[in-house]
Design a protein around this ligand. Sequence first.
Ligand SMILES: [Fe+2]
Length: 435
Amino acid sequence: MGCCHYFVATEGGADGFTVEMPRVTFGRGVLNEVGERARSRGIGRAALFTDPYLADSEHLARARKALSDAGVDFGVYSEVRIEPTDGSVLAAADFLKEGNFDGIVSVGGGSVIDTAKGAMVYAQYPADFPTYFAPPVGGGQPVPGPVKPHIACPTSCGTGSEATGLAVIRFESLNAKFVLASCYLLPLEAIIDPACTDTLAPMVVASTGLDLLSHAIECYTARAYTRWVKVEKPGARAMLQGANPWSDLHAREALRIAGQYLERAVVDASDREARDNLSWAATLAGMAFGNSGTHLPHALSYGVSHLIRDFRPKDYPGEGVFVPHGVSVIVNSPSVFRFTAPAAPERHLEAAQCLGADVRDATPEDAGEVVAERIIGLMQATGMPNGIGGVGLTRDDAAALAESVVRQRRAIGNSPRDTSQQDIEKIFEHAVTYW
Ligand SMILES: [Fe+2]
């Protein structure tokens, strides 16, 4: 089960990789450390970001107390939109510009942390919104420089945003999500307190848990960094650089934990061991994909969230028609991995094995089926919709879905197998229903 042969040198390919990481603090109760952490980073006045559902929560109360106890002044911004948009990020940037803050503390899920990242960029380096996004939708300009210190405190167990320099933002005019990526978006500190996940509803844990699971498989099966073009200057090296030994390390452990604890964490909210472990796995997967990038399941998820018509998930009160990110990812994953496995069968088998699948008699030709069946088993055990049909899409939507997805060039390029628009259409057709 060696892995290093995956990183064989290629003509003109990269021969180095870079690891970007925040300082990480993990454990029950560590949210109470956020005040001291902020003060030690020179934050005298913090913007405290959260969302409307967490504004009156115990978690935010703990953060407020910790900041006050440490003598850190703060202003609360609780207008974060779940699934942030260009408009909501710019509104948050206005709050930052007007508040004379010297740092941000974000307490919430991926939407809160991503809004904080985006708002800091546009508060400090105002520009037309697409400027810092990748082509073909964006201008391809790099974020010009550092932003203020950011301490990210996740309250869910899946996005991994606390460990990445990425923010997922919906462009309102296109009704589609795109990724803002820069090493300058990386939080300075990540404070992960699994006690914040104790009150999460089962569907929320299932969605975020399957998101982290897919992050980890995607990292492990991504195109090897040695197959991306070598850059002449270190500053030109992409943060999302393909699979590498660092992302492998974290992806494997995240998969091992998810295979062991995901179902328990969903079905029993009192199972602290399971939720603690899942929180750790989410951060590990974030450390992985923040340095390697995800690939097709995430690219395809943006098509699903773009075309969703009438899906209303359980356990997300007040959200209306909406598909949780993890759901939009995992309904595609089995079909994707059946497609990508022939390009890297050993990697798909290893991922399945880490997840607890029995691979003793599996041949390389079985790899896609083995990993897909393991994921489908976990989807069934955690109450996930049955494919894209389970969220109201049909085979007739496949062409429109594929057309929406081809704009996600970087993620598609990170697939281990060259992938055309026609391939994506076929993957959607095979993702309509699994059981
Ligand atoms: Fe994700």
